[in-house]
Design a protein around this ligand. Structure first.
Ligand code: ZN
Length: 60
């Protein structure tokens, strides 16, 4: 048995699904709690090298 759609998907529903792709292309950013710089969430801050308010890597 294979997947068989029961009914035709409406244009609006189809287009709404395709409109989701921009979410992947746009990276989400959060403000660093230590230096206030924009950074990726769950990543070490590039400008001050801190994560979870602790210095993880050395940055000049
Ligand atoms: Zn920072």
């Amino acid at each position: 048995m294979s997947i068989c759609p029961k009914g035709k998907m409406s244009k609006s529903k189809r287009d709404k699904r395709r409109a989701q792709s921009w979410k992947i292309a746009t990276p989400s950013l959060v403000v660093c709690s230590k230096c206030g710089e924009l950074m990726r969430p769950h990543r070490v801050c590039k400008s001050c090298g801190s994560y979870n308010k602790l210095n993880v890597i050395k940055v000049d």
